[in-house]
Design a protein around this ligand. Structure first.
Ligand SMILES: CC(C)(COP(=O)(O)OP(=O)(O)OC[C@H]1O[C@@H](n2cnc3c(N)ncnc32)[C@H](O)[C@@H]1OP(=O)(O)O)[C@@H](O)C(=O)NCCC(=O)NCCSC(=O)CCC(=O)O
Length: 566
């Protein structure tokens, strides 16, 4: 790009920056010297390929979504939390909000994630262990007791039974007297990554996609700020993928949901802002920053050029980041604070919109209160002390970071081609039921291609680690240690007994005919093809449990068994 065009862009950015609201904060260095809100080529310099970098707040958004960067608003501190029962978790949420957490993020226990009640024999020993146990709307009410749902943004990490859990959330809001239309938050819902990496599905992909389509329709029509999908690379990366695979599979999954929305006749400019993303911040500092910058650029280009999105919000890739759980070590666990801080810094320099920092004890158990506080304070140290929120995309223009960004983008584009090609193998006539990328994803799930590719990458890394080419402090290098043991949070089995007792009591207090009638109406909607959200809400209002709702749908749609791969 020539110098004049660059200057014109700078003036455009400056006008938008001047007009935008900024935080009332000190934007100088520690020594008191002022810093600019963004840096670019020196006046008079041309820069080849600058249109791919640009200015913050402008297409292709490589440098961030807002002209002000974090001067307008800092990222949301959103710590993923949940354990035991709804009451215990409610207390933890109040601790998080009371200590400066910016939003909530619900971790559910394994039975809930699998759509089973606490009294299901398969739940035995798991209730309240890796997250909070939620059986019905009554639990959801307790979970958010004294937390006004209209005022806080809440993320719920659940995909298989996302839709019934979402209905419980809406009913909890109704019971607080909050109009569901004003709710703002995020539901993970990303079923593609369940088949690709996390493995917490309920049915075959098709009925899941039908439910997701219903949810997208419902939110686009009536809950405009709510994000019904958080398309997730985190679990793909944690399963052992490379950074480029994480990026490409996740964005492809996102394209799949765009195709789903379009196949339902929805307007891309209306529903696309409801798609958000979730990435891992691993420990290779610069590669991660490049990944985040490439993510925004690729998404904006595909949304504009392939899917016809016209509004900026529909071209924006907004993402949450979690530091890499898989990089943490059980050995010398205090070092995990350092890893997490470096990873969090990469997320911030990559322009994350929301961030979770892992606690140092997470390889061993759920975080203790002390470990959870250190994790929270890690973000606050970055935000308040280091000056990183003063300048948008401070690494833009670095030869290294720009080339890494280009390289990761090119790798991702090659992977999109492979996915498309798989779709064509499934539908050689080019007649795709939902869309070409979706066909490729479904084919890749069916024939185990994604899992195979991830396993290859994980294997290569493990070999490098075992040969000592890759090093992890405390594991294969610098193994001597004087640091002591950690105090571990243990969830008492009493939680399970109490939850089962409470569930029994609630079931006994229901109007059984009403529950049955509502479940039957929901199944009728499943058969007729009508949108299932309203009948599901009715079932939830009648205190039908998650296990009951998922159970009748399992009876209707069957369960999914993964193809064996060797
Ligand atoms: C979009 C995100 C990413 C973030 O939403 P947030 O509400 O926090 O932030 P946001 O939308 O970026 O910002 C809030 C509002 O401020 C505005 N805003 C932000 N920055 C601005 C700026 N500089 N100038 C002007 N406005 C600005 C935004 O447009 C938005 O307004 P408008 O709303 O008006 O636009 C959302 O989807 C989210 O919260 N995701 C979290 C997902 C999550 O926590 N997942 C946990 C997974 S944990 C997991 O899977 C477990 C893994 C494991 O451990 O196993």
């Amino acid at each position: 790009m020539d110098a004049d065009a660059i200057e014109e862009g700078r003036r455009r950015w400056q006008a938008r920056y001047d007009a935008a609201r900024k935080r009332d904060a000190d934007f100088t260095t520690l020594s008191g010297d002022p810093v600019e809100p963004v840096y670019g080529p020196r006046p008079g310099d041309s820069y080849e390929g600058f249109e791919r970098i640009g200015w913050p707040g402008e297409y292709p958004f490589t440098r961030g979504l807002y002209p002000t960067g974090y001067r307008g608003r800092t990222w949301t501190i959103r710590q993923f939390a949940g354990f035991g029962n709804a009451e215990q978790t409610n207390e933890r949420y109040k601790m998080i909000l009371g200590n400066g957490g910016g939003g909530l993020s619900v971790a559910f226990d394994m039975p809930t994630l699998m759509g089973r009640d606490s009294d299901d024999p398969r739940s035995l020993g798991e209730v309240g262990h890796c997250g909070v146990a939620i059986d019905s709307a009554a639990d959801m009410e307790v979970l958010f007791k004294d937390i006004p749902l209209g005022d806080v943004t809440t993320s719920m990490t659940i995909s298989g039974p996302a839709v019934p859990v979402f209905c419980m959330y809406l009913v909890a809001a109704e019971r607080q007297g909050v109009d569901p239309a004003v709710l703002n938050g995020t539901l993970q819902t990303d079923i593609f990554k369940e088949y690709i990496a996390q493995k917490e599905w309920l049915f075959q992909p098709e009925p899941h996609l039908r439910l997701i389509g219903d949810l997208m329709e419902h939110c686009a029509a009536g809950i405009p700020a709510y994000k019904p999908l958080s398309v997730s690379g985190y679990h793909i990366r944690e399963a052992g993928s490379t950074a480029a695979q994480e990026l490409a599979y996740t964005l492809a999954d996102g394209f799949g949901y765009v195709e789903l929305g379009l196949s339902r006749g929805l307007d891309v400019d209306v529903f696309a802002p409801g798609l958000s993303f979730f990435f891992d911040a691993h420990v290779d500092f610069f590669e991660e920053i490049a990944k985040f910058r490439a993510a925004r650029r690729i998404w904006a280009r595909w949304m504009r050029d392939v899917y016809g999105a016209k509004s900026e919000k529909a071209q924006w890739l907004r993402f949450h980041t979690q530091t890499a759980g898989v990089s943490l070590t059980a050995q010398q666990p205090y070092n995990n604070v350092v890893r997490t801080a470096v990873e969090a810094l990469a997320a911030v320099l990559g322009g994350t919109n929301s961030l979770h920092t892992n606690a140092l004890d997470e390889t061993l158990a759920l975080p203790s209160e002390q470990a959870a506080e250190i994790a929270l304070r890690t973000q606050q140290v970055l935000m308040e002390e280091t000056g990183v929120a003063n300048v948008a995309d401070p690494l833009g223009g670095s030869w290294y970071v720009e080339q890494l960004t280009d390289r990761i983008e090119a790798d991702a584009e090659k992977i999109f081609e492979q996915i498309k090609e798989r779709g064509l193998r499934a539908h050689p006539d080019g007649q795709h039921p939902i869309g070409p990328i979706t066909s490729g994803i479904l084919r890749g799930i069916e024939d185990g291609w994604f899992t195979g590719e991830i396993a290859e990458s994980a294997f290569r890394y493990q070999q490098a680690l075992e040969k000592g080419d890759k090093k992890v402090v405390g594991v294969n290098v610098n193994t001597g240690s004087v640091t002591g043991d950690l105090e571990i949070l243990r969830v008492s089995h009493e939680v399970e007994r109490e939850q089962v007792r409470l569930l029994g009591e609630r079931k006994a207090g229901r109007d059984d005919a009403k529950v049955r009638g509502a479940l039957d109406a929901m199944v009728a909607a499943a058969r007729s093809g009508a949108n299932m959200i309203e009948p599901m809400l009715d079932a939830v209002r009648a205190e039908a449990t998650l296990g009951e709702i998922c159970g009748v749908l399992r009876d209707e749609w069957g369960v999914y068994t993964e193809p064996a791969g060797f």
